[in-house]
Design a protein around this ligand. Structure first.
Ligand SMILES: Nc1ncnc2c1ncn2[C@@H]1O[C@H](COP(=O)(O)OP(=O)(O)OP(=O)(O)O)[C@@H](O)[C@H]1O
Ligand code: SF4
Ligand SMILES: [Mg+2]
Length: 352
């Protein structure tokens, strides 16, 4: 059973001019126990909105429709507020995109880490014993994320510490409740490469040693391919392809995934020096001007009239794609009436 499962998630948001748009449309995502899955897509594709739907940080005037959003088999959408809060407090932790705005500027780092430790982790005793225990746990958490000099940071305020240390502190706070899932929403954005490598190594270590499942949200393909076993590609609020990272890199079936990989020089083995990088024409549409059907349509080199219908997801083993005319597929097979993703099998292409 998947640890986290999202099936056909649609998010309606109010754009402010009396119109409602589908910011996310039929998004599917699965995170298995002990897995690192990347959620990848360009800026504005809806990655953070998916995270907000998982944690329930959606304003009342937006609405969610989904076949299911489950954590460990429990329906997150229909459970009580208290139960959901309990799961978010203990089982699913999030590290947000911007660490400096997530930390309270008026409280020291040490106090903020101590506050994130669930009270049930502290033994009964006199208040000074509890305080001492809390401090020890906070120091342990700081060491766990690779900061050795805890004395330097525990009494500091957020504005007094560098951004990369803030990011590690955020991860330390997220780990305080010993969660089963860590969602890292673009937590390495804008970091210089040494710090980024440290954070990525830390995530891999936590995944291996603590069996922590990680949803790594990013548009950094190099980082993704270095840590994620599987990936889900999002374009303009629609999931376009998902599967093992190895399979997607070797043989992307969706034109957007291919364009995304081709646009990164590191994935272009045959690229001669100074040759232009491949990029799709146009830009990601705004929410007010979404095309009908497949949202890649206006930018897609393979688009045809059938693409005005939203393509249903189809699967070949663990590789799922949503496209009427996938790459590397005989036309007859690609235009066959779509079948739902689950339980589909076809010939393997792993050994091509
Ligand atoms: N509070 C909001 N009100 C209205 N529109 C929003 C809001 N938050 C996000 N959006 C819109 O939803 C779309 C997806 O935004 P989102 O922040 O999820 O993108 P993202 O993939 O996380 O991008 P980035 O990589 O830049 O973080 C964008 O078009 C954005 O403008
Ligand atoms: S469904 Fe059509 S427009 Fe969309 S990616 Fe496939 S070929 Fe392109
Ligand atoms: Mg984001």
């Amino acid at each position: 059973m998947a640890l986290l499962e999202i099936k056909n998630l649609t998010l309606y948001i109010d754009t402010g001019d009396d119109t409602t748009v589908k910011a996310l449309e039929k998004v599917n995502l699965t995170l298995n126990e002990g897995e690192i899955r990347a959620l990848v897509g360009e800026s504005g594709s809806g990655k953070s909105l998916v995270v907000r739907c998982i944690i329930g940080a959606i304003p009342d005037y937006w609405s969610i429709k989904a076949d299911r959003i489950t954590y460990n088999g429990q329906d997150l959408l229909n459970m009580s507020y208290e139960k959901r809060r309990q799961i978010m407090r203990r089982e699913i932790a999030v590290v947000f995109q911007e660490p400096t705005s997530s930390l309270d500027p008026s409280v020291t780092i040490g106090e903020q880490i101590e506050e994130s430790i669930p009270p049930e982790f502290i033994d009964k005793g006199w208040f000074w014993e509890k305080n001492r225990q809390r401090k020890q746990i906070a120091i342990g958490l700081i060491h766990k994320v690779g900061i050795r000099d805890h004395a330097r940071y525990l009494n500091a305020y957020p504005h007094e510490i560098p951004k990369d240390v803030s990011q590690k502190i955020m991860i330390a706070m997220a780990l305080a409740s010993e969660p089963k899932i860590l969602i890292a929403d673009d937590s390495t954005r804008g970091m210089e490469s040494t710090t980024k490598t440290q954070i990525l190594r830390l995530l891999v270590k936590l995944n291996k040693t603590k069996k922590l499942a990680i949803l790594f949200v990013s548009h950094d393909l190099l980082a993704i391919t270095s840590i994620a076993q599987s990936m889900t590609v999002l374009y303009c609020g629609q999931t376009v392809e998902s599967g093992k990272t190895r399979s997607l890199l070797k043989r992307p079936l969706h034109p957007y995934t291919k364009a995304l990989l081709d646009s990164a020089p590191s994935f272009q083995v045959s690229l001669a020096p100074k040759s232009p990088l491949v990029a799709l024409d146009g830009t990601i549409p705004t929410l007010q001007h979404l095309p009908a059907g497949c949202r890649l349509g206006p930018r897609c080199p393979n688009a045809r009239k059938e693409c005005v219908q939203v393509p249903a997801p189809r699967s070949i083993q663990e590789h799922t794609y949503s496209c009427h005319f996938p790459l590397h597929m005989p036309e007859k097979l690609s235009t066959k009436p779509p079948r739902m993703a689950q339980g589909l099998t076809a010939t393997s292409y792993e050994d091509d």
